[in-house]
Design a binder for this molecule. Structure first.
Ligand SMILES: Nc1ncnc2c1ncn2[C@@H]1O[C@H](COP(=O)(O)OP(=O)(O)O)[C@@H](O)[C@H]1O
Ligand SMILES: [Mg+2]
Length: 267
């Protein structure tokens, strides 16, 4: 369960990215965050793994309030899937999936590739689960197509059996067929573990298809919260009226924040 309690975020330049956001996502729910560019979707997701410090309010994950003291342990239970996949392209597919263990394995061990046979078996099982074959495992991540790279991103996210999965526009750069496959993988893998998913999207049809619930944001506020059935065409129009439909590509600052996610340092 994720509880956002009176979360506000004001950037130093005065931009109010989030204004008094109160929302509770129950355990096991696939919650889609929709909204035009600049609505605050990425900022909200980053509040959950501590990549963004809210100006006010608190985030509570399964009863534990996120603070500097709890951030480390909580991060072991929260996984993130990125818009631009965030793989280390010159490293192997296997190494990228094993990087999902970095919150619990020391960086020194990771650089030396000291993973246990159990870890390796789990990485292989997850790669198979996301539809990659043994021939992909030792290839460099950079040789894979975008869809395949995101499969690796999904496998990495599930290495620690997370309780919460954050997915920030995970299919923004993929075609509709691949997008559905990736979202199905995320949804099914999360269901098997009863993990809570918070997934931002900008495609209304995908939100309706995959969301147990849709939260619509605009200008840092929640302006819709309901089921896909309740998210009628009129509601869609109200959410996006006069706004930019497409989400903007990740800014440089966003890319830097993403890079703070645990990553294997190239040996
Ligand atoms: N690091 C930052 N510094 C200043 N403003 C930011 C920063 N990150 C995001 N913003 C601003 O906060 C608002 C919300 O951004 P964001 O959460 O990225 O929206 P979305 O993901 O819905 O497109 C936007 O106005 C954006 O320009
Ligand atoms: Mg965003």
């Amino acid at each position: 369960m994720i509880e956002f309690k009176a979360i506000s975020k004001k950037w130093p330049d005065g931009t109010a990215a989030l204004s008094d956001v109160n929302v509770t996502i129950p355990k096991g729910q696939f919650c889609v965050i929709l909204g035009p560019s600049g609505a605050g979707k990425s900022t909200l997701l980053r509040a959950v793994n501590g990549l963004m410090q809210p100006t006010n309010g608190e985030v509570v994950i399964d009863g534990v309030t996120l603070t500097s003291a709890t951030a480390r342990t909580l991060r072991q239970r929260v996984a993130m899937i990125h818009q631009h996949f965030n793989l280390t392209l010159r490293m192997s597919v296997a190494a990228n999936v094993l990087a999902g263990l970095l919150p619990v394995v020391s960086t020194g061990r990771a650089i030396l590739g000291w993973f246990t046979p159990e870890h390796r078996a789990k990485a292989c099982a997850l790669l198979e689960r996301v539809g990659l074959t043994p021939k992909h495992v030792q290839r460099r991540a950079g040789e894979l197509s975008g869809g395949q790279q995101q499969r690796v991103g999904v496998a990495r996210a599930f290495m620690l059996d997370p309780e919460v999965v954050l997915a920030d526009e995970p299919v923004a750069s993929l075609d509709p067929k691949i997008s559905r496959e990736i979202l199905s993988l995320i949804r099914d893998a999360a269901r098997e573990r009863n993990a809570t998913v918070l997934c931002s999207l900008h495609q209304v049809d995908l939100a309706r298809e995959f969301g147990d619930r849709i939260v619509g944001m605009r200008d840092g506020r929640i302006v819709f919260d309901g089921t896909p059935e309740e998210f009628t065409d009129e509601r869609v129009e109200a959410l996006y009226h006069g706004a930019q439909w497409e989400d903007h590509p990740a800014t440089e600052v966003e890319a830097e924040l993403d890079a703070l996610q645990p990553q294997l340092v190239a040996a």
